[in-house]
Design a protein around this ligand. Structure first.
Ligand code: HEC
Length: 181
């Protein structure tokens, strides 16, 4: 008899089973990954003033997102009505940690041009620039509700506060290089 060996093999198989369980529990999108920067032709595109968190704009954005406005454009068919993906691989807009890594320009670029090699296609032939901004304003409410992107600071801030930092009466045209983070 060899009690020691029995205990040992029990332990080993127990550990192996735990490992299996843990790897099966992965799922999701993994840790937040910053997107690539917007190409130069999109880098200066920004949300029109007064669009973020504007109820009328959000209403229009929702109609676009859900395909009510144009049946050929139905973002919700992959991204889900509430931002929870219904098609595998579609970006989960509810994940604040991920979505806050995107600037308004990056979102605009991705929606316009799509993401090559994925199901996310280019929408610029179906949507005007204005419509794209509206759908983005709506999409942002899933994970970044009550926020807006401050292009000067390069981050998401509370709604209504973007660009409100005192301009330190800098001479016009002299936008200083951003200081180190
Ligand atoms: C056929 C499915 C499908 C439809 C319809 C769709 N998407 Fe996507 N979308 C995807 C997938 C898949 C990704 C993930 C691409 C990737 O891996 O980066 C994605 C990613 C995105 C992203 C993030 C891009 C990035 O860099 O991660 C945005 C923003 C987006 N979609 C917006 C929209 C909008 C707005 C619409 C409607 C006009 C829309 N999508 C319609 C499948 C879809």
């Amino acid at each position: 008899m060899n009690e020691f060996q029995t205990v040992k093999s029990l332990l080993v198989s127990g550990i192996a089973a735990m490992g299996l369980l843990m790897s099966a529990c992965g799922g999701g999108e993994g840790p937040p990954q910053p997107p690539p920067p917007a190409p130069p032709e999109y880098a200066d595109k920004h949300m029109p003033a007064g669009y973020w968190n504007n109820p009328e704009i959000l209403e229009e954005g929702k109609a676009i997102f859900t395909g009510q406005q144009n049946i050929d454009v139905n973002c919700a068919s992959c991204h889900g009505k509430d931002g929870k993906p219904v098609k595998a691989g579609a970006r989960d807009f509810r994940r604040t940690e991920q979505m806050q890594l995107y600037s308004d320009s990056v979102w605009f670029w991705r929606v316009s041009e799509g993401v090559s090699g994925t199901k996310m296609k280019a929408w610029k032939s179906k949507l005007s620039e204005d419509a794209i901004w509206k759908v983005i304003a709506y999409e942002a409410t899933f994970g970044l509700k009550g926020k807006e992107y401050d292009a000067t600071k390069g981050q998401w801030v509370a709604a209504g506060t973007a660009g409100s930092a005192p301009a330190a009466d800098a001479p016009s045209g002299g936008e200083p290089e951003k200081a180190a983070e």
